[in-house]
Every structure is written in structure tokens, then in C-alpha cells.
Design a protein around this ligand. Structure first.
Ligand code: SF4
Ligand code: MG
Length: 337
């Protein structure tokens, strides 16, 4: 089976401009050479701290941002080579759900108008059909026809996110990129929205990319999870494996920070030393070396590649790679010890 989405060598660099002439003095490497795929019907979780490039990745896939380099193959087509009309059609197939539904819903438009808009933009069906669809999708997300006449401020955060999800569904998309869709919601509401998204996935045969800043949120919804750090994918694995046996020291640290459900059980925390470095000036070699408890000499010099270990679990870390230098370094360490 071919993946629905295949991303290779994706880069998104933002120029840093200085002075009156706006000279480019460097680049923020927001996304720095990442590759991954998403199979049809599955959910890929993408997790990392703010500034790791996960949202930028989502926006590049939506073509809200142009990639600096790399290829994105969606449904058998290379996106950068599409004609304008093909691109328009493709935009129906990939929809986005945003973190803050309030900011993404026009406050002066009724919910009916907001939901109708994607159909108008793509010239789908006539006015009567469009109104029918609006009601249908309101009901599908647990709202009703009456809500179509109301405005965004008249809804709770959870309801607004339901509206955001309904809007994403209007064009009958294949892929939904959800960028922290529950981060702004109360914990009790989070579970409802996650359950709704899982039900919708089955009902409409949807594929999800689910972006989050902690591993707890994506645990139950994801088939596979990718962990990003400073623009790089540092580990990607089937969920079960990632949570049971995280290989990358950063994944291990993130997992130890996931709250334990039993309050009487205080889990030993592996704290990550220091702040996340600036993506405008990332550390040399492995960009995690400034915070890694397992740092070796090679880590400051050589950037580790993402290498598949076993059963679809890939990791970018010299602790596991047989890359040049690693074995020698390890032996040196042994001899010293
Ligand atoms: Fe730590 Fe080195 Fe692995 Fe980077 S490559 S995560 S610094 S051990
Ligand atoms: Mg973000």
C-alpha cells in the first residue's frame, strides 16, 4: 500500500533580516530536513515543544507556506508540480483544524456562513444543497440546525472546536491536519473532542496528522508518533513501541513529564536541563546535545541521522547509530573507564 502522504527532505527556512536594507544575515531553520509518511486511515501524532517546527510543518503541508526544499507527495501526486487547477482541487482534500477555534472563526459571520464558505470557495453544490450540508455536519459534530444562525462568541470553547471540525469536514477531505486542537480546552472537554475526532475518522475514512506539545494527548489517538526537536524529527515509531520503549533521550524526557494518572504515585522525573536553544542559532552536531544527559564527544560534531532500528521505530541518536565515529568513540570511552 502506498502512503497517502509522503514527505521527503522537507525544509522551511525563514530568513533573518537586519538593518534598513533588510539584508539577510541568517536563517531560522524552522523545519530542517524531515521525512515521514502517513498511511491512509491512520493517525500520525507529531509532538514537540513550542518552536520545534511542528506547526510550520503542518502549514507547509497545507501549502499555507512554501517549502524551502523537499518534496510532498499526496495521493500519488507531487504537490509542487501541480497546476493551479489541480492545486485548487487538492486544497479540498487537505483541511486543517486549528488550536484556537475562536481566532479561526470570523466573529462577524454566523456559523452557517462560516461552514458554507469552504463549499462556496470550491464551487461545491448549489445554495440549497449547501444549507443542507451545513445542518448535516452540525449534527454530525453534536450541534444542530438552530446553531447555524448564531455567532462564534455564543459558543463554549468545546463547541467552537466542534464547529472548527465541522468546517474542516465540509469539503469531504482525505487528510486533516489538526494543530493542537485540544490544547486550549479543559481536560474534561479534551476527551470529548478527541473521541469525536476518532469517531469521525472511522465514519469518513479520514487520515489525521495530529500535532501536540505533549505525548499524553496523542497517545490514544495516534497509530504512530513522531517527535520533533529544533526542526528535526528525532524519533518516529508505532505508538505502542514509542511509549513502551522510547529510544531518543529527548523522547524519554518528554515521556517522563507526562502526568501519571494516580496522584499517590510520584514518578521519578527526568528533567531536561536548560532551555530550548534558539532555532536561529542551533547547537552544532546533535542539536539536543546542550540538554542531553548522555552526550558524547561525537554529539557536538556530527548530526545523527534518523535511522530505522526495528519494527518501524526510527531514531536519530549516536547512542544507537552505527555511524562513523560512534563505535570508535564508544570504545574510547570503555578504554578510559
Ligand atoms: Fe544525546 Fe548524543 Fe543522542 Fe544527541 S546524539 S540525543 S546528544 S546521545
Ligand atoms: Mg504551534
Amino acid at each position: 500500500q502506498k502512503p497517502l502522504l509522503k514527505v521527503e527532505g522537507l525544509k522551511k527556512y525563514f530568513p533573518i533580516k537586519k538593518g534598513m536594507l533588510g539584508r539577510t544575515t541568517g536563517y531560522v531553520k524552522a523545519v530542517d530536513d524531515i521525512s515521514f509518511y502517513v498511511n491512509k486511515g491512520e493517525t500520525l501524532g507529531i509532538v514537540g515543544e513550542s518552536g520545534c517546527g511542528k506547526s510550520t510543518t503542518g502549514r507547509v503541508l497545507m501549502r499555507l507556506l512554501e517549502p524551502t526544499e523537499g518534496t510532498v507527495e499526496f495521493d500519488g501526486k507531487e504537490l509542487t508540480s501541480l497546476s493551479t487547477s489541480e492545486m485548487r482541487k487538492m486544497r479540498r482534500d487537505i483541511q486543517m483544524v486549528f488550536q484556537d477555534p475562536y481566532a479561526s472563526l470570523n466573529p462577524r459571520h454566523t456559523i452557517g456562513k462560516i461552514l458554507e464558505e469552504p463549499l462556496l470557495v470550491h464551487g461545491i453544490s448549489d445554495a440549497k444543497e449547501r444549507r443542507k450540508s451545513v445542518v448535516k455536519f452540525l449534527e454530525i459534530v453534536g450541534l444542530n440546525a438552530y446553531h447555524a444562525k448564531r455567532y462564534p462568541h455564543q459558543f463554549s470553547g468545546g463547541q467552537r472546536q466542534r464547529i472548527g471540525i465541522a468546517r474542516a469536514l465540509m469539503t469531504n477531505p482525505k487528510l486533516i491536519i489538526a494543530d493542537e486542537p485540544v490544547s486550549a480546552l479543559d481536560v474534561s472537554i479534551q476527551a470529548q473532542v478527541l473521541n469525536l475526532m476518532q469517531d469521525l475518522q472511522k465514519e469518513f475514512d479520514l487520515t489525521y496528522i495530529f500535532i501536540a506539545h505533549d505525548l499524553g494527548v496523542v497517545r490514544h489517538i495516534s497509530d504512530r508518533v513522531g517527535v520533533m526537536y529544533l526542526g528535526k524529527m528525532v524519533e518516529i515509531a508505532p505508538s505502542e513501541q514509542l511509549y513502551a520503549n522510547p529510544l531518543h533521550p529527548y523522547t524519554q524526557a518528554l515521556l517522563s513529564a507526562v502526568p501519571v494518572p494516580d496522584p499517590d504515585y510520584v514518578k521519578e522525573q527526568v528533567l531536561i536541563d536548560g532551555d530550548i536553544p534558539s532555532p536561529a542559532n542551533p547547537p552544532s552536531g546533535c542539536t539536543f546535545h546542550t540538554r542531553c544527559p548522555f552526550k558524547m564527544d561525537i554529539c557536538t560534531k556530527v548530526s545523527p541521522k534518523l535511522v530505522e532500528r526495528e519494527n518501524g521505530q526510527s531514531v536519530a541518536c549516536h547512542l544507537y547509530s552505527g555511524q562513523e565515529g560512534t563505535d570508535i568513540e564508544m570504545k574510547e570511552k570503555e578504554m578510559e573507564g
